[in-house]
Design a protein around this ligand. Structure first.
Ligand code: PLP
Length: 637
């Protein structure tokens, strides 16, 4: 377990139990020993056939853990409650969850439900996101904020105004100056008093990968001059009282609390200036950026790590706002954050299976076969072979490698000329592998094939090189015997994982034996990708038409088992993914079925049975059609 640093990136939600399996601690630090859930048991429950008491789902599988989600929302709230109390801050914390991080219906509904007691709200950045946030918040706390970010046209703004009519606490955050005229015009038209926010373009710049949109030249928000014009225009329209919120976002994965405090301090100054200019300011919304320590290194100079935890983050925000507001004698604002990654990353685990490892192919060669091989060599290759044998006898390892390499090259040449058969070439490859393995010079890194599409399930790895912890979920009591990279099922050279946390270019892995993981794994070898609950699902595409994973929702339970599966959704079928690309599986099936009928008829005719023996024809035809129908129904993995 220490090899995979699970205690560093996994605490307090993941650890290794006495069976050598990863167990989930669903309530974080408060989890009692009997509440721990063995991840392998979930996988078996999900994937065992229905006849064996399982759910019959295919892998890859996303295991969603609402208890972890609850713990994250509550921990964030407690961190701010503590910071507020410890600093004598005179207003409350009231966070929102940006739905773009994971739009899954149950994730959003769960967050609204878990956060309802402390008015936790939602953030939307597009019209469909706004619609889903509106409908979810109907079941939430009426005071929860509904922050409307993103580029807005008249329809978006009208919808945000409708939300206010429905007594939802929507705030239209201006990202572009032009949006203001639309807000004024449309709100007058529908007779709704809007609550308006402005997104400020801060000078503070986050220099990591995720901060490229921050700073003065950043893509989003209003400049100082634009903010001043907005204030003027609202004053002219008699609507300055509607301006109540200041928003900014320095970027995701803010590396240090020093940078955070710098940005929050700058924003607090703008907030105080807006108060001075007569706006009815109430809320400062510090955006997202609360980071995740993916490798557990707590390094401040890495895109996949951050040098602080929830508590330090909350303290930095509260102290920076308090300091500025106290100096300007401004009433402390409600503090809102839009943390996404920090809320949803831990709650979902992607499980996939390694089913073969490429690498050393053991040559199968009899004495006669060997003679045939040697006889087939030309004069030079024959000499290389004899030299190789002699060097082996003398134990001269470097010479062995040299002769093996020469032999291989010569044989490839002979094959290209047509004077060596394919069986002989394969045998030479095997012989050379055998030599390098015997003297410990073979490439120690194996390629494990995994039933996954990197493009669908870990798009940020492919797109921006982001690393996630990837670990076998069982056999952790055994020392891994090899190192490997993971190659996915797509026919794409980018479809592989060859970089791992800790800067490693391969992962320690257990050998796939005939019986794989033995009793615990039922002969299978399962790996998990952790901390990928944010962004990955929404970004993933259907490259090679591999669809998404199956999903189970698992709650900790105090019954005979420590968990209960409350939802099981099979991944999309071949027909589903074809539909995404506008194909019509029903028509495709009819075309293929028609073709099958024609061929069966032709086949019968050729066999001279074109007359009365239609029974056979019918059976064959029905079998073909049913196998085709099944193929549309199967998962693409
Ligand atoms: N708010 C805004 C405006 C964003 O652009 C983002 C994402 O970059 C977030 C919130 C969520 O950020 P994070 O997931 O880093 O908390």
């Amino acid at each position: 377990a220490s090899l995979y640093k699970i205690d560093r990136w996994g605490a307090p939600y993941f650890s290794v139990n006495s069976s050598g399996n990863i167990c989930v601690r669903p309530h974080g630090a408060e989890t009692l020993p009997h509440q721990e859930i063995d991840l392998l048991k979930i996988v078996k429950k999900a994937s065992d056939p229905k006849s064996g008491g399982g759910l019959g789902l295919q892998l890859p599988l996303v295991v969603r853990l609402p208890d972890v989600l609850k713990n994250r929302v509550e921990s964030l709230q407690s961190a701010f409650d503590f910071a507020i109390q410890a600093n004598g801050y005179q207003a409350r914390y009231q966070g929102v969850y940006p739905v773009k991080c994971n739009h899954d219906r149950f994730v959003v509904e769960d967050i609204v439900r878990f956060g309802s007691a402390f008015r936790f709200g939602l953030e939307a950045g597009s019209k469909p996101e706004l619609l889903l946030a509106m409908s979810c918040l109907c079941k939430g706390n009426p005071d929860s904020l509904l922050i409307c970010n993103g580029f807005k046209d008249a329809e978006y703004i009208s919808l945000a105004l409708v939300a206010r009519k429905l007594a939802l606490n929507s705030v239209i955050v201006l990202e572009q100056e032009e949006e203001l005229d639309l807000v004024i015009e449309l709100s007058n038209k529908v007779n709704v008093r809007p609550v308006i926010g402005v997104r400020a373009k801060l000078r503070t710049k986050h220099s990591g990968h995720f901060g490229s949109t921050s700073g003065e030249k950043g893509k989003f928000g209003l400049t100082t001059t634009q903010i001043l014009r907005v204030v003027k225009r609202l004053e002219q329209a008699g609507m300055l009282d509607c301006l109540q919120l200041l928003h900014f976002h320095i970027g995701s994965q803010i590396p240090t609390t020093a940078l955070l405090a710098d940005g929050v301090g700058e924003a607090a100054q703008i907030y105080c200036e807006l108060v001075r200019l007569g706006a009815n300011m109430k809320v400062i919304d510090t955006g997202g950026g609360l980071g995740i320590d993916y490798d557990g290194s707590k390094a401040a100079d890495s895109d996949i790590s951050v040098a602080y935890g929830l508590e330090e983050y909350a303290l930095a925000v509260v102290q920076a706002i308090r300091f500025v507001c106290d100096r300007k004698s401004v009433k402390h604002p409600v503090i809102c954050t839009e943390s996404g990654r920090a809320i949803v990353s831990h709650h979902s685990i992607l499980i996939f299976e390694a089913f073969s490892s490429g690498g050393y192919d053991s040559p199968v060669m009899s004495q006669a076969g060997l003679q045939y091989l040697v006889d087939g060599f030309g004069e030079e290759a024959g000499a290389d072979y004899r030299n190789l044998t002699a060097a082996t006898m003398r134990g001269e390892y470097e010479a062995c490698l040299l002769y093996a390499d020469q032999l291989k090259q010569r044989c490839v040449e002979q094959f290209k000329e047509g004077s060596l058969g394919i069986e002989q070439l394969a045998a030479v490859d095997g012989l050379c592998d055998l030599v390098s393995k015997a003297i410990g010079a073979s490439d120690p890194v194996l390629t494990y094939h995994v039933n996954l599409s990197v493009f669908t399930s870990i798009p940020d790895f492919w797109g921006i090189g982001q690393l996630f912890p990837i670990v076998p979920i069982h056999r952790l009591g055994q020392r891994p015997g090899v190192r490997g990279i993971l190659s996915d099922l797509t026919c794409d050279s980018d479809g592989k994982i060859d970089k791992f946390i800790g800067g490693e270019s391969s992962l320690p892995l257990h050998e796939l034996e005939g019986n794989g993981g033995g009793v615990s794994g039922n002969g299978r070898y399962y790996l998990g990708m952790f901390l990928g609950g944010a962004y990955e699902e929404a970004l993933g595409g259907v490259h090679n038409l591999f669809g998404g994973p199956s999903i189970v929702r698992v709650l900790q339970s105090d019954g005979p088992h420590s968990f209960a599966v409350t939802l099981a959704v099979p991944g999309p079928s071949c027909a589903d993914v074809l539909r995404v690309m506008q194909h019509e599986p029903e028509l495709m099936f009819e075309t293929l079925k028609h073709r099958a009928e024609e061929f069966c008829r032709q086949d019968d005719h050729d066999c001279g049975r074109g007359d009365g023996s239609n029974d056979d024809h019918g059976v064959k035809n029905a079998a073909l059609a049913s196998s085709l129908a099944q193929s549309f129904h199967n998962m693409p993995y």
